[in-house]
Design a protein around this ligand. Structure first.
Ligand code: ATP
Length: 294
């Protein structure tokens, strides 16, 4: 069942189109990653979906509702973790969660949300004493108070250490397993690759690549990389290679096969391919191929 539908969504600031004809869908239980470099329009899209901003054109439906017109109903079923939360620094973690509960209909107990976000042991600590990563966990705890059916996460693990990120991924995965639709933005491509079933890459307000993660990666190109071969002309190799500093790089749809071909050639020539690396397509490479003129 579809939880989020976005059709031809556009939003301008003055004459500047921050979001341009964006369309995608997120099903219940799906994790959808919205990627793009700074200023691509990710946060604006999220704010339009959350009903914080009104679209200039296009349509948004969250659980079948219009987030602007049906804001209260939408807010009841959604959890939102934006980039900058305004906390009161002198409240403790628990006091912060308790005071937020007052605004959330049928909220779960504060300790439960803190436990889910891995912050229960900091319940008595003042917010001003939390690390950056712990503040993100508090954001997450607050977003989970209302047992949301739809969760918007804007760069949820920024500032977290590797352990905190992994713990957060586990929480996000288990929420999706329970049926929560999750839309996340992130600058960590490994995070998107680890978590998301579907992905959209935005560039200058538009979606330039979208689809299932597995399909997108399968369609991408891999690479074979090795140290430059002294005294050999790169154009004499059986496959095209480009020179990147002291390394030669061969792009290929099937990098394993390309590596075999190159190794066979090297053996026949009596040379060794030093520092050989075979890389399958990654989200990072796909991302770097998009909008390289920025
Ligand atoms: N209220 C506003 N008024 C004018 N311009 C804005 C406003 N909000 C965002 N923009 C501009 O719209 C563009 C998209 O911004 P947005 O915050 O959506 O990007 P983003 O993809 O989330 O970037 P980041 O990765 O840096 O968070 C940017 O160029 C930004 O400067």
């Amino acid at each position: 069942m579809t939880a989020i539908t976005v059709r031809d969504l556009s939003r301008s600031y003055g004459g500047f189109e921050a979001v341009r004809r964006v369309s995608f869908e997120v099903a219940r239980g799906e994790i959808f990653a919205l990627l793009g470099r700074n200023g691509a329009g990710k946060t604006t899209t999220l704010e339009l979906l959350a009903g914080f901003q009104r679209p200039d054109a296009g349509q948004v439906r969250v659980l079948g509702l219009d987030p602007v017109k049906d804001r209260r109903a939408v807010r009841r079923s959604t959890g939102i973790m934006l980039q900058e939360a305004g906390f009161f620094p002198d409240l403790t973690v628990n006091q912060t969660a308790e005071s937020w509960r007052a605004f959330v209909p049928s909220a779960r107990p504060a300790f439960e949300a803190l436990e889910l976000a891995g912050l229960l042991q900091k319940a008595a600590v003042k917010v001003r004493q939390l690390s950056g990563g712990e503040k993100r966990r508090l954001d997450l705890a607050l977003a989970l108070l209302g047992r949301p059916k739809v969760l918007f996460l804007d760069e949820p693990t920024t500032g977290m250490d590797p352990e905190g990120r992994r713990a957060t991924w586990e929480v996000v995965r288990s929420l999706a397993d329970e049926g929560t639709a999750i839309l996340l933005t992130t600058h960590y491509l490994d995070e998107a690759q680890q978590l998301a079933r579907s992905v959209a890459i935005m560039d200058k307000g538009e979606i330039v690549t979208t689809g299932g993660m597995a399909e997108i990666l399968a369609a991408g190109t891999g690479r074979v990389i090795f140290e430059a071969l002294p005294g050999i002309d790169p154009s004499s190799l059986p496959l095209p290679v480009r020179v990147e500093g002291g390394r030669w790089v061969c792009s290929a749809d099937d990098p394993d096969l390309a590596a075999q071909t190159l190794l066979g050639w090297a053996a026949a020539q009596g040379v060794r391919l030093r520092g050989l690396e075979v890389r399958t397509a990654s989200l990072e490479e796909l991302f770097l191929e998009v909008g390289t003129d920025a």
